[in-house]
Each structure stands twice: as C-alpha cells, then as structure tokens.
Design a protein around this ligand. Structure first.
Ligand code: FES
Length: 512
C-alpha cells in the first residue's frame, strides 16, 4: 500500500459525490407555530429514519433541518450500509463483553435489513445494491486480528466468515467477509425519506435552525422563523445542542477524508476497509454513466491541526497506484462524533429529560448505527420494548474500560489557535496578497478576523472567534471552510455554520 503525499493538492471539486449528483430539495422554512406529536431536529439518517418510522406508526412529526436535506454528515459518508465495522466486535467484546457485542451486531444487521425494506416498501430510488463487505488484512501482521474478528462475529450470529479470497487488485493476506450487506446513494436515500415524511399532517422544514429547546407540558422548540410544540422531541444533529456540552466530552469529533476518482477498470463488486494502518475504505459507485472509485481514510481527531490537502493527496495517490484511477473528480471530508466507550447514544437528552431525546456518537457508521438508534427511539416513544435500549442508553456512565485517547475539550484562548500570527501593520499587505480561494486569520487591535478571497477577487470577512466557546478558527484550504480546532465546528467562508456544536454563525466583519 505505497503512496505519496503532495502538499497543495487541489484536484477535483471540493464537494461530496453524493451532493454533487443528488439534485436538490425544496422544503419550506418554518413560519409561525406548528404542533405535532414529535419534533425531530436534524434531517440526517437518524432524524429522518426516526421521523418516518414514527409517522408510519401513526404519529405526526415535524423535522427541522438547518440547511438542506443531506448536506450534513450523512451526505458525506461512503454510502456503506453494513454491520461489519472494521474490527468493532473485537473491540466491543474486550471493552463491554460478549453480550454487548452481540446486541450491537444484531442492531446493526437489523438496520441493514431496515434500509433494504424501506427502499423496497417506499419505492426509494437510491442505487441500493446488495454487496459483500470485507475488512481486509493487507499485510500478515493484521491477519490474526481479522481471523479473530471473523470467528467472533460468526459466533454472534452475524453473516461472517474468514476468507483468503479477497476480490481486490493488490495482494491481501485475508479478510472478514460479511455477506448480504449493501451500499446506497446516501443523499438520494435521505431525500426519499424526507419526501415520505412530509405531508398528511407531518412536515419537513429546511433552512430552519433550532435555537432552543425547553421541556414542559409540551416540548417547545424555538427555531428560525417560528416555534414547534410537541409531546416529544428528538435531537439528531450529530453534535447535540441543549445537552449542556455533555456529549461533546463523551464523543469528540473525528475527521476523515474521501476522494472519488473515475475508474476504467471493472468495478468492485463489494465494499472494503483495511484492518491495517493507514486505514483505507474502498468501494465503487456507478453514477451518470461513470464508475467512481471512492477511497476514504486519513482520519484524525478534529482537534489535531493537519493539512487537509495532503490527506486528500495520499488517498488520490493510493487510488492511482493500486487501481489506476484517474484524476480526482470530487474530494470531501466529514466529521463524526466518536464515543469514547465505542457505543452510540440514544435516549434521554439530559439525565432529567422525560420528553427530549438524543441520538449521537454514531462512530462513523451512521447509516446503520443511526438507523438502529432511530428505530430504538421510535419504539421508546411508542411504548414498544426494544432489546437494544440498555446498550445505547444515553444516560449511561462512561465505561471504566475506555481505552480511546482523550481529546481536550478546553477552549484555546483566542489568538493562539490555528492562525497566521499576523502583525497589525502587515494586515493590509497580507489581505492584498491573498490568492483566490485562500484564507487567513489576522489579528489587529484585539480583534481576530478571518479573511477569504473568492475566485472573482472579492474579500469575505468574518469574525475568527468560534461562536461555540471562543477558540480561533483556521482556514481549511482543501474545502474552503473555517474549522475550529477545539470541538470541530465548521463554518463556510461567509461564516454560516456547516457543522456544530456551534449553532450561531460567525459575525460579519467589514471587508477592507
Ligand atoms: Fe468549541 Fe469552536 S470552541 S467548536
């Protein structure tokens, strides 16, 4: 698995393949007051799966999405729908025991079948494809771990087997294979869910950021444009709000990268992830007459400052050297909440919550973990017993056997973050020298300002102080975003929140 890094890598469009090819949605913004049985905040896989399940069980729902459907984490996945999560069963068996590993596996396998069932029953066109999924050992060192995972997973009742026959074009020592898994176009799937949620007394609102949630006789959600009153509410915004920061500490954000490059050679007929490092996630996708190889990996804690361009360059080099893939067509990154104890959270939003619930910590396997968590909460709200609930319980204490590295959640003082350290008298020159599509943070007279120059030469200026807890944002050249190194909030070049925990945009500053 040899590969090289190239600083300044900028091949292709900095956009998810799924978002680039899905078409748009046009749900209205919220205006006024709406009353429903269940309010769902977040139009990603967890929120929309819960919303549709609740609607089909006879409840009225309102989904509030801050942006457009699919533009969050779900629109930036690989599209794998699988219960094989690299070496998760070995990890969970060691940290939580055999029974926990079994429940996690059965919940995720049920999620695979739920997605298949929804696609068929609801007639959602999203490129759903049944495939095998592999965790492969590229080198012999990882072979014992792969063998152990296969044996363990099979013993848990999952469709697992060890195989030395791995359909990849480079040498592989062996793999765990799960049969009957799937891949989908994640944004088309979400759009299909949203279209079926909306109507008959239920609603999907886009461009409607929820700002506040209060529990009382009714849950009251204050949002841009109006208010939603509901008997129950589900917060499914990846990084929750209204939880007083509890889940930010339990589930620090982790970034990963993907490139999509055209492939002339035959497509893969399965999906893959390596057990070795550097981790590589692989699948092919047919779209608009093209075959794309998706190569993912290069993950790191969001708090770790890195050069995203070099991460994309490493993935592109791998795709080229191992598959003969062409120049990158699309490149993107995503962040997910990684639970320190390895298990998603689904249950009460706060310890004393009775009618406000949360789904988070989907550990980069949101298409199944998010589906399973959503079904579990739908059961909970309908008073239906669910065997998965204790394992995913959001009020559980952190496991004493946590082995994942802690990530600091303390804010760095403004001005000491990922910035260029510009002297005030250099500010005008530095702004004038900014190249198109580049950005910099300049500190003058006590104010940190983030400057971006667009293609046409225009300067976009916003405060560089993250609206979450006050760290200084840094410019992500790979995707032209302002990223916060503390807890992973991301903003576009005009300061609009792309990803929380921040819920407020960066204030505009006068352009020079
Ligand atoms: Fe927490 Fe920026 S300070 S995400």
């Amino acid at each position: 698995m040899s590969e090289a890094s190239t600083a300044g890598f900028a091949e292709g469009v900095p956009l998810s393949l799924w978002l680039a090819t899905a078409g748009g949605t046009d749900f209205p913004k919220l205006h006024g007051t709406v009353e429903v049985d269940v309010a769902v905040i977040g139009g990603g896989i967890a929120g929309l799966t819960a919303a549709l399940a609740l609607k089909r069980s006879g409840r009225s729902v309102a989904v509030l999405e801050a942006g457009r459907i699919g533009t969050g984490v779900t629109g930036h996945t690989t599209g794998k729908v699988t219960s094989l999560h690299r070496l998760a069963y070995t990890e969970l068996d060691q940290t939580h025991g055999r029974s926990a590993a079994r429940i996690y596996g059965l919940a995720n396998q049920a999620a695979v079948e739920h997605v298949a069932g929804v696609v068929a029953a609801e007639g959602i066109s999203c490129g759903f494809l049944r495939v095998a999924n592999y965790t492969f050992a590229a080198a012999g060192d990882a072979l014992p771990a792969v063998r152990a995972e296969a044996g363990l997973a099979a013993g848990l009742g999952l469709p697992a087997a060890f195989t030395a026959e791995v359909p990849l074009p480079f040498p592989v020592a062996g793999a765990v294979r799960f049969d009957g898994q799937a891949q989908i176009h994640s944004v088309q799937y979400l759009q299909g869910l949203a279209a079926r949620v909306d109507g008959e007394g239920s609603f999907v609102f886009e461009g409607t950021r929820a700002n506040d949630l209060q529990e009382g006789t009714r849950v009251r959600i204050a949002a841009e444009g109006g208010t939603v009153l509901a008997a129950d509410a589900i917060v499914a915004t990846n990084v929750p709000f209204g939880d007083h920061g509890r889940f930010e500490a339990l589930c620090p954000p982790h970034r990963s990268y993907i490139v999509a490059a055209p492939l002339d050679t035959p497509a893969l007929d399965a999906t893959f992830i390596s057990a070795d490092e550097p981790m590589r996630s692989l699948l092919t996708v047919h779209l608009n007459g093209m075959t794309y190889l998706l190569t993912g990996g290069e993950g790191h804690p969001a708090a770790e400052p890195v050069d995203p361009a070099s991460r994309h360059a490493s993935l592109a080099a791998f795709a080229r050297s191992q598959f003969g893939a062409g120049p990158v067509a699309y490149r993107w990154s995503t962040q997910d909440a990684m639970p320190l104890d390895g298990l998603p959270y689904a249950g009460p939003l706060n310890p004393d919550s009775r009618h406000a619930f949360v789904i988070t910590g989907l550990r980069k396997w949101g298409l199944t973990n998010g589906t399973a968590a959503a079904l579990m909460l739908a059961d909970l709200l309908n008073g239906t017993p669910n065997d998965w609930a204790p394992l995913f319980d959001s009020s559980r204490a952190p496991s004493p056997t946590v082995t994942r590295p802690e990530v600091s959640t303390a804010p760095t003082p403004a001005g000491t973050g990922n910035i260029d350290g510009t002297r005030p008298d250099d500010a005008a020159r530095q702004i004038a020298d900014l190249a198109p599509n580049d950005g910099t943070v300049i500190e003058t007279a006590g104010a940190s300002t983030a400057y971006f120059r667009d293609e046409a030469g225009g300067i976009h200026a916003v405060s560089a102080i993250c609206t979450h807890l006050g760290c200084t944002v840094g410019f992500n050249r790979g995707e032209r975003t302002w990223d916060c190194p503390c807890h992973g909030s991301r903003f576009d070049v005009d300061g609009k929140v792309i990803q929380g925990p921040a819920t407020e945009d960066l204030p505009q500053r006068p352009a020079p």
